[in-house]
Design a protein around this ligand. Structure first.
Ligand SMILES: O=C(C[C@@H]1CCCCN1)Cn1cnc2cc(Cl)c(F)cc2c1=O
Ligand SMILES: [Mg+2]
Ligand SMILES: [Mg+2]
Length: 562
């Protein structure tokens, strides 16, 4: 491809509005243009790289029996009403009306579509198992799109759906997908971890997320050096201390605590450690409210709360809701003398004679003991694990690292097939709902994840598996006729074996080299002063040294080294 005919609007200055490295590098390399918040045009370099990523995904899906289809972006509202998700999802679900005023969703995912498709086709278990996939644009109206393609409102996902007549078959495909994802992310040269993840309060039973390790990642991965244990922190289980029976001789006492509105200030005021205090969180669970007590130094894990109460409709109660419920302000809330149900994190079960809010601003109780001074509905794990604590598998102290979720595999069970009547006749002729799995790869997000981990201070360094071109031929002086002749000759000969981008532009050498570093192709061949002795300079993007080779040796050098 001649660069004079290409469209790569590189930027010299560093774009200020890009907060992530990959976003900055994509803008500087002329790869994307924002059309609206979270909505981009993919320019030629990006399109070529996405093609390469998609091809690898396709190969790995086909290798495990996945069959490609293409589903619509426009989803009739009726299907989302059948699954109950038309109302379950709020403003993140993009919706529109057609000319007849009929409602549609712009597909954020395709469980409804694929289930509706198959319920008319699949009648017998003999047709199972079946795995269908697509690579398609998805729409999710993110509240805070950011970091370029890492979190967009319109993005490309490979989503696969599998259908089974029994658990063993679902397990087999889940296993195949897990391995296929490992192949995909290895071939893309991503440093990734498959982590145990939360399957969502109403989700299926089992799920793993594939995380590309990156400091910019929004997810926190909990892992230990002592084993393969790795979990999304949303899911990571906390150690459950075996609790001693409480035997306290201290009476509960109400004390004045002027100006105390946090565990830290409470600890200071009482002259005790933060770990000796408790905090009382008021949660809205659907239309009800509940109190959850945590140790003062721990944080509430809302995903575990959703999972415990088996609903996504969970949120921290607002100050207004709290004052209506308790006539007290946050900071002096407590479980004593309240008719809200009270749940305790396991760590609090291990405490005695602790302080809690008195549900009266400026007052707290001390020497409080659960079961004696207030009733407890249940004890469970409601908190985020902290670094250094023992992992759930006892393999050692947990460590944290950040990750970008680039893939996820789910066992969905019969959630959609029951809601939407996808049944088959089993071997006894009985109608039974089909078991499903679903599997996603964030294709456009993966491109950004690759850039986050393949770059230097001069720009992107593409892995060979996804690079838009293999070789960058550059004429240092486009006015030198002999140089141009050699460049054309090399463009012709190398073009037979490699994908070549030939920078034939009438630009100064410095501009061409800077652009070449930004675009980041694996090899660069420069036709410069050495041309009159029949020499060209060959340089790999991921190394500092360059070689002066005679023209005839270039092809052989590349065959050996690339
Ligand atoms: O998408 C999944 C599960 C799997 C992931 C792999 C491919 C198949 N789907 C989870 N999810 C995430 N965000 C969503 C956003 C909206 Cl607005 C929605 F309506 C639905 C969903 C939703 O269901
Ligand atoms: Mg997540
Ligand atoms: Mg996910």
């Amino acid at each position: 491809m001649r660069q004079s005919r290409m469209f790569i609007p590189t930027m010299r200055e560093t774009p200020q509005d890009a907060e992530s490295l990959s976003h900055r590098l994509m803008l500087k390399a002329g790869m994307i243009k924002q059309m609206a918040s979270g909505i981009y045009t993919y320019l030629p370099i990006t399109k070529l790289v996405l093609n390469n990523i998609e091809q690898i995904v396709r190969e790995e899906m086909n290798a495990i029996g996945g069959v490609e289809i293409h589903m619509p972006v426009l989803h009739p509202k009726e299907l989302w009403q059948e699954s109950g998700r038309w109302d379950a999802y709020g403003r993140e679900l993009m919706r529109m009306k057609d000319r007849h005023d009929r409602d549609f969703a712009l597909g954020p995912t395709h469980e409804e579509i694929i289930t509706a498709l198959l319920r008319d086709e699949l009648k017998s278990y003999k047709k199972l198992p079946l795995t269908l996939f697509q690579i398609q644009t998805k729409f999710r109206d993110e509240l805070r799109p950011r970091f370029g393609l890492l979190r967009g409102r319109e993005f490309i996902m490979k989503d696969a759906y599998s259908f089974h007549s029994d658990e063993a078959s679902l397990d087999e495909t889940y296993h195949d997908m897990y391995n296929a994802y490992s192949n995909i992310f290895s071939r893309l040269e991503l440093n990734y971890r498959a982590v145990e993840a939360d399957s969502g309060a109403i989700g299926g039973s089992h799920t793993h997320e594939f995380m590309a390790l990156a400091d910019i990642g929004e997810d926190t991965i909990v892992y230990t050096d002592g084993s393969n244990y790795a979990a999304n922190i949303e899911k990571a289980g906390c150690p459950v201390p075996d609790h001693a029976e409480i035997s306290s001789s201290k009476e509960i006492e109400k004390v004045e605590t002027p100006g105390v509105s946090s565990c830290a200030t409470l600890a200071e005021h009482l002259g005790i450690e933060l770990e000796e205090t408790t905090k009382t969180m008021i949660m809205r669970i659907g239309n009800d409210y509940a109190m959850i007590l945590l140790r003062g130094d721990h944080e509430l894990n809302d995903i575990k709360v959703k999972s415990y109460f088996k609903t996504d409709d969970v949120d921290f109660a607002t100050d207004e809701e709290i004052s209506n419920l308790l006539d007290a302000a946050p900071g002096s809330l407590g479980p004593v003398h309240t008719d809200l149900p009270v749940y305790l994190d396991h760590q609090v079960r291990n405490m005695q004679d602790y302080p809690t809010g008195a549900n009266e601003s400026g007052y707290h109780f001390i020497n409080v003991n659960h079961e004696r001074d207030y009733e407890v509905e249940d004890y469970d794990d409601f908190r985020f694990i902290t670094e250094g604590e023992m992992a759930q598998d006892d393999s050692g102290p947990v460590k944290f690292m950040k990750g970008i979720e680039v893939g996820q595999v789910f066992k969905l069970g019969t959630k959609y097939s029951e809601a939407m009547n996808l049944n088959v006749l089993d071997e006894n002729g009985r109608s039974t709902p089909v078991l499903m799995g679903c599997y996603g790869v964030g294709v456009s997000r993966t491109l950004s994840a690759i850039i986050e981990s393949h770059n230097d201070d001069r720009g992107i360094i593409w892995p060979k598996a996804v690079t838009p071109f293999d070789i960058h031929i550059i004429t240092a002086n486009p006015k030198d006729e002999e140089g141009v002749r050699i460049a054309e000759e090399l463009y012709e000969s190398l073009g037979k074996r490699y994908r070549v981008l030939y920078d034939d532009r009438k630009e100064r050498a410095g501009v061409k080299f800077a652009d070449s570093d930004l675009i980041g192709l694996p090899y660069r061949v420069v036709i410069g002063r050495g041309a009159k002795e029949g020499k060209v300079e060959v340089k790999a993007r991921n190394s500092e040294e360059s070689m002066d080779l005679s023209i005839d040796d270039v092809l052989q050098y590349l065959e050996v080294n690339y």
